[in-house]
Design a protein around this ligand. Structure first.
Ligand code: ATP
Ligand code: MG
Length: 419
């Protein structure tokens, strides 16, 4: 137990963490361009927030949350997704009072008690965007274009955008009734959870993973065939705009998403190269969420990308990226006084942006050089008593073996030599 991480978790280090950092950098660049602001909300929230914000009848709330009582007896839940916390902050911090729309993004760990498998972990990471205050289809297009741009920039060409519309509350009412009737006729064929859902929220059944339910769902009436005029227009305009932006998509009436408060647009980016968990990105419009949490009715649209699955899709195309780690300079030293100078030089050079290491292990010079090789140092500088008294030492270029004498106290000259 002591040396074993909990099931469904992983450690990130070495080349993998470099890949993550590269993706995070791409995210930050993109978000600057789109002018979205980062938000960091707590890892845990009051359980009620997710019950309300994600929805009581969802898989997340019914089965997957890490919920516990804290020492004060409050029910606390580790965030299973990023939207609810962002929406809570939007209300609590009165972000609606600023110039609208409010455009937020997050990079956050999420926690769900699920059966671990490829692409499904208990702690995973999301990059997500939330756009509040704009109800038109252009906002949907803008948000979808963010996810599309990120995938494109990362060279992930093996994904397809699936879009659908669930309609608004008006069309949903009529549709729910139709759907409930259909499922009622097929009641015995549904899984026990869905038989229960039938009365509370028949729409949820469309998203059930159980094969028996999926069989029934195949022939169920679809939301997109049951849209009112306005929702139909919203959807048609969105698809036209995506075409205008040259973002390829397929209309897929099977996309219903796992959250309760989606309205109108829903979409997923799906990769077929990474196994059963192929949905890299899920998103859509949730115009009912802010009101559900006690705010004024506020349109909202967003998405979340699972970073782990994103990397799986990336690696399916170009293989694992192995990042070469290298230092600019390794300062070897022998003797007390040289050690102090090496430490000071390293300190000063780092402040000028150089990547520098020096011996901390008390190794022999030979062992120090071996280490310098191992870390891929581009240059080495060896200091001993003589070098210290003469303020001059040999700088070696490790790539071609060439050497030169440098007056190492002249940092400008030393810096120029290793640039
Ligand atoms: P799925 O249908 O695969 O369970 P979901 O609908 O529960 O996905 P969302 O809540 O929409 O997923 O989360 C958005 C994204 O977060 C997913 O598309 C996926 O990339 C990622 N994600 C969700 N759950 C996990 C998990 N347990 N492990 C790793 N990534 C996950
Ligand atoms: Mg899920």
């Amino acid at each position: 137990m002591l040396t074993q991480a909990p099931r469904g978790t992983y450690d990130l280090f070495g080349s993998d963490i470099r890949t993550w950092q590269m993706i995070e950098k791409e995210v930050y660049t993109l978000m600057e361009e789109y002018r979205f602001q980062e938000i960091r909300t707590p890892i845990f929230e009051h359980t009620e927030l997710f019950q309300r914000g994600v929805g009581d009848t969802t898989d997340i709330v019914q089965k997957e949350m890490y919920t516990f009582l804290d020492k004060g007896g409050r029910s606390i839940t580790l965030k299973p997704e990023g939207t609810a916390g962002a929406a809570r902050a939007y209300l609590e911090r009165r972000l609606f009072a600023d110039a609208q729309p409010t455009k937020l993004f997050y990079l956050t760990p999420c926690f769900r008690y699920e059966k671990p498998q490829a692409g499904r972990d208990r702690q995973f990471y999301q990059f997500g965007c939330e756009l509040y205050g704009a109800g038109g289809y252009m906002a949907d297009a803008e948000v979808i274009s963010i996810a599309y741009s990120l995938l494109t920039r990362l060279g992930i060409s093996n994904v397809t955008l699936h879009i659908n519309s669930l309609g608004g509350p008006q069309c949903r009412k009529a549709y729910n009734q139709k759907l409930a009737e259909y499922f009622m006729d097929n009641r015995e064929k549904l899984c026990p959870t869905c038989q229960e859902r039938l009365n509370k929220n028949p729409l949820r059944i469309l998203d059930c993973k159980s094969p028996v339910c999926q069989e029934v769902v195949k022939d169920a009436p679809s939301t997109i065939d049951n849209l009112g005029t306005e929702c139909r227009e919203h959807f048609d305009n969105l698809t036209k705009q995506l075409t205008e932006l040259e973002i390829p998509f397929v209309i897929d009436s099977g996309i219903v998403r796992g959250l309760d408060y989606y309205t109108r647009t829903v979409f997923e980016f799906v990769c077929n190269d990474i196994g059963a968990q192929g949905t890299i990105c899920g998103g859509g419009r949730y115009d009912g969420l802010i009101e559900e949490l006690g705010g004024d009715p506020t349109p909202a649209v967003g998405f979340a990308i699972g970073i782990g699955r994103l990397i799986m899709a990336m690696e399916a195309i170009r293989g694992k990226t192995v990042w070469k780690e290298e230092a600019d300079l390794y300062i070897g030293h022998i003797g007390d006084s040289a050690g102090k100078t090496a430490s000071r030089l390293a300190f000063l050079l780092r402040s000028k942006g150089f990547r520098v290491e020096t011996d901390l292990m008390g190794r022999s010079v030979k062992a120090q050089m071996k280490y310098a090789n191992k870390i891929g140092a581009r240059f080495t500088l060896i200091l001993g008593d003589t070098e210290i008294s003469q303020k001059e030492a040999v700088l070696k270029n490790m790539a071609d073996g060439s050497t030169m004498q440098v007056q190492f106290e002249d940092l400008e000259a030393l810096g120029a030599a290793i640039r």
